[in-house]
Design a binder for this molecule. Structure first.
Ligand SMILES: O=C(O)[C@@H](O)C(=O)COP(=O)(O)O
Ligand SMILES: [Zn+2]
Length: 217
């Protein structure tokens, strides 16, 4: 095993524990993956608590989905593979059922192109727009087409009646992103019923020009 793979396994364990300890992952929901230099993907096993990962019991699949090591992979491995295929720079992916973003994913009348308003600069910088992916049961590979179409322009997507799935240039980057998404979902729910002033298109353009559009990384 390369040093990079050993470090990735350790980082997955630590990330899962951190998410679980803070209540961002509960029960056995959610999954985490890292893409290695050779294109193979480390992914959490199916039906396991993210708080109880073992670095020596993490599944490994190739880009075509064949299992090349470890226990049975997450049923969402196809989804992670589709995102890696659509976003060549992505090296880490996190999927959660975090309460506030999962609550948003169940709301009626969401805009499919953008289901959270640009409330804060950091949300714009980390997420940009948040598209809604139509409901499919977990593990349904028919989701692949929609993901391949939408993921190239979006590092974060919200699965309807389910939760967010977010990629990043590293696992740390994906973690930061999904945590920002969850915090913004919480803000959005806190502000419901209060008049709010989301950022304007000019303010968003200024952020994109200064920090780079979130869609690019
Ligand atoms: O919601 C689901 O069933 C999956 O998306 C999930 O979060 C956990 O599934 P596994 O990764 O197969 O445990
Ligand atoms: Zn899920």
């Amino acid at each position: 095993m390369t040093d990079r793979e050993a470090a990735a396994r350790a980082e997955m364990v630590e990330s899962g524990r951190s998410l679980f300890d803070r209540g961002l992952a509960t029960g056995s929901s959610g999954n985490i993956s890292v893409r290695l230099e050779d294109g193979t993907i480390l992914i959490t096993p199916t039906d396991i608590s993210l708080g109880a990962l073992d670095p020596d019991a993490i599944a490994k699949v190739d880009a075509a989905g064949a299992v090349i090591g470890g226990p049975k992979p997450s049923k969402e491995a196809f989804l992670h593979r589709a995102i890696y295929a659509a976003r060549p720079a992505a090296q880490g992916i996190v999927h959660l059922h975090a309460t506030h973003s999962a609550a948003i994913s169940c709301m009626a009348g969401l805009s499919p192109d953008d289901c959270l308003p640009p409330l804060t600069a950091y949300f714009v910088m980390k997420i940009g727009r948040l598209p809604l992916i139509p409901y499919h049961r977990p593990g349904d590979e028919r989701l692949t087409d929609a993901i391949m179409r939408i993921a190239p322009d979006h590092p974060a997507m919200l699965l309807a009646n389910h939760g967010p799935i977010v990629s990043g240039a590293s696992l740390r980057h994906a973690m930061n992103r999904i945590e920002e998404l969850e915090e913004t979902a919480k803000l959005f729910l806190l502000l419901r019923g209060s008049p709010t002033s989301p950022l304007t298109p000019d303010q968003i353009d200024d952020l994109d020009a200064t920090f780079g559009a979130a869609s690019q990384s």
